[in-house]
Design a protein around this ligand. Structure first.
Ligand SMILES: [Zn+2]
Length: 203
């Protein structure tokens, strides 16, 4: 069973406001609140809210959100006893909580969503990032040259902003992430790699 199947099972069992179609639309719409992490938080809030309603408790959105975050962060004591007093079965609530990876698996593997980002936003981000890196390089280079450790220009500063893959932790440059939108090693990402990735040969 794939990780994303959990979403389908919970949707069948619980009366959430979210639907599979809605998760898909919101992810594709590119709003900041609808990142995978944002959608996972909303999902978890709805799971808790649904259990509260079943026990006859109508709490406001903010309160539900705070309690949900406390449960996720394992800040349990207060929240836990409060919810237990309200008759909530915490184990079943936590069982139905998901991570952003589960939402991702559901959208890509179960629903087969392919994501195409808007090109304007992307090229803007790439050029901003590359300008920022150049600035840091120039600044670093002038500091190095001023220290007189080597002959001027012999030691070259090279700024590479990168980030590890959330799935396999392989490191890739931010420009790579922005352009390719998937991990160079395992293919994790919004736009998945279409071919298996060959390890780079070393000469
Ligand atoms: Zn990876």
């Amino acid at each position: 069973m794939t990780k994303g199947d959990k979403i389908r099972r919970v949707l069948e069992r619980r009366d959430l406001d979210l639907t599979g179609e809605e998760l898909e639309e919101r992810w594709l719409n590119d709003n900041d609140d609808d990142s995978l992490r944002g959608l996972a938080l909303e999902w978890n809030c709805q799971v808790l809210d649904c259990s509260l309603r079943d026990q006859g408790h109508l709490l406001d959105t903010e309160t539900v959100r705070t309690k949900t975050k406390n449960l996720i962060d394992k800040e349990l004591s207060m929240t836990e006893s409060d919810l237990q007093e309200r008759g909530i079965d915490l184990e079943s609530v936590l069982d139905d909580f998901v991570t952003y990876q589960t939402i991702y698996s559901y959208l890509t593997l179960v629903r087969g969503v392919e994501y195409e980002p808007s090109p304007s936003g992307k090229s803007h981000a790439i050029s901003t990032l590359s300008r920022a890196c150049t600035k840091v390089e120039l600044m670093a280079q002038s500091k190095l040259d001023a220290r007189d450790i080597f002959a001027e220009g012999e030691l070259t500063a090279d700024v590479d902003c990168g980030a590890p893959c959330p799935s396999c932790e392989a490191r890739a440059s931010l420009t790579y992430w922005l352009v390719e939108e998937h991990c160079p090693q395992c293919g994790y990402g919004k736009r998945r790699s279409t071919k298996p990735i060959e390890p780079k040969g070393r000469d």
